[in-house]
Design a protein around this ligand. Sequence first.
Ligand code: PHE
Length: 355
Amino acid sequence: MENFDQIESDILNKIKNVNNQSSLDSIKTEIFGKRGVITELFKKIGSLDQSKRKEYASKLNALKTKVTEILKEKFVDFGQSEINKKLKNEKIDITLPGRDYFAGKIHPVSQVIDEVTSIFAEIGFSVEEGPDVESEYYNFSALNTPENHPARDMQDTFYLNRSKDLLLRTHTSPVQIRTMLKSKPPFKIIAPGRTYRCDSDQTHSPMFHQLEGLHIDKNINMGHLKGCLYYFVKKFFEIEKVKIRFRPSHFPFTEPSAEVDIGYKIQDGQIKIGEGDKWLEILGCGMVHPNVLKNVKVNPKQYQGYAFGVGIDRLAMLKYGINDLRAFFESDIRWLEFYGFDPLDVPTNYRGLSR
Ligand code: PHE
């Protein structure tokens, strides 16, 4: 029979002399691995004589228990010394002054999208989104836009390829189509997002933002449209008496169509909304054209409703007195510091943006 005492003292000696975790790992494998010392001893049990088997097995089990325990202790030791080492090295000097925290600002466009979304959410609109890269079908055809309509022209629209089937959406109206195709009426949604047109001056940027609105149900009429927009403008500009006018217009996807202007005046170089005799266009709207409803398999005899598209950047310019649209997208940190908004959870050691 094996000399278990000798084996035990050999193993324990080895373990005792180990001084790091990874050698301990390999010793563990030497003992208990597939070809490990103790593993091999266990394999022998089957070939032993009946008379010796019992004594051999009980000695071997005792050895196994002992070695396992010692190994465990050694692993714990290493773990603890690791922690102690870390504690020693990662001392914190609490007398050092704290680090300044520089919080960013919220861009006026993001701020206005949040404001507008919450105003419409209060009256039951949910939010939808669509892709910036659209197909010609969603952006024009499904919206009843004739083949020869000037908006489809290369001068107005950014096409992504020669075959003209992919483009950067020129308005958020394709989200109307996507929304109506994916479920059944009634629909009551808004869709904020980026839009693109070949255009650039003080009040036009090639990339700008719109908010689409769509409300389709069984008895929706132009009165609902007017009521909804009045409510929105009052809430958004935070004024009770607001002057707005609906001017007849044309869009291929609405009939009748209107553009909405808001009354304002300039006082001491500042723009005053809701008073005066000047008018500024802020949105396009109308009753959804029956052809659009047919295109998305909604029966126009049963359902009708209104849609509108508001220029978000325009709203921001008006409400916060910003007079050049191009500055919105120049990423000038000084501009953002001036016109941007503080996030709600400004940390206590916030020191603004300046470094
Ligand atoms: N899509 C139109 C535009 O970009 C606005 C609009 C939306 C008009 C919905 C009517 C209905 O000018």
